[in-house]
Design a protein around this ligand. Structure first.
Ligand code: 9L3
Ligand code: MG
Length: 132
């Protein structure tokens, strides 16, 4: 089975809300809400990949020291197995904006269940509820 390595991040604001992004039309899993992130490129470390992805998608800059690993998602699709560490980050520079036309929402962890998510992301919710 092919492995797909993806890295995702829960950005947490000063009120303890978490950022989720809606996957745009034309992408796999369009319309579902996810923790932002993306695929590792060859040679990248997970933190570097995440910093690059969040800069591309949200226009923010993150210091690697501000990324903390929280948990790990693992989900087997029919044609590939997705492995996805989830980091949390409470400090970044710049203002979060939708650089790829995606809808964004800041959500209290207890309300994350109201938003349909990809199967890899859903099991991460209790970890955020415990943390926050
Ligand atoms: N994916 C799932 N949950 C997430 C992220 C960032 C990604 N929080 C899945 C969707 C795609 C694959 O990982 O199947 C690659 O993501 P992308 O490069 O299309 O964003
Ligand atoms: Mg992405």
């Amino acid at each position: 089975m092919n492995l797909l390595l993806v890295v995702a991040c829960a950005l947490i604001d000063v009120d303890g809300r978490v950022l989720i992004a809606r996957r745009p039309e034309g992408k796999a899993l369009a319309g579902l809400w996810e923790f932002p992130g993306g695929k590792l490129e060859p040679g990248e470390r997970p933190e570097d990949s995440l910093i690059r992805e969040l800069n591309e998608e949200l226009g923010i800059d993150i210091n690697p020291a501000c990324l903390a690993p929280l948990t790990f998602a693992s989900y087997a699709y029919e044609d590939f197995h997705l492995l996805m560490p989830l980091y949390v980050c409470r400090r970044w520079s710049g203002t979060v904006e939708a650089r790829e036309g995606q809808a964004l929402k800041w959500v209290r962890p207890a309300r994350l269940r109201d938003y349909p998510m990809p199967p890899a992301d859903e099991p991460l919710i209790p970890h955020l509820i415990d943390l926050l």
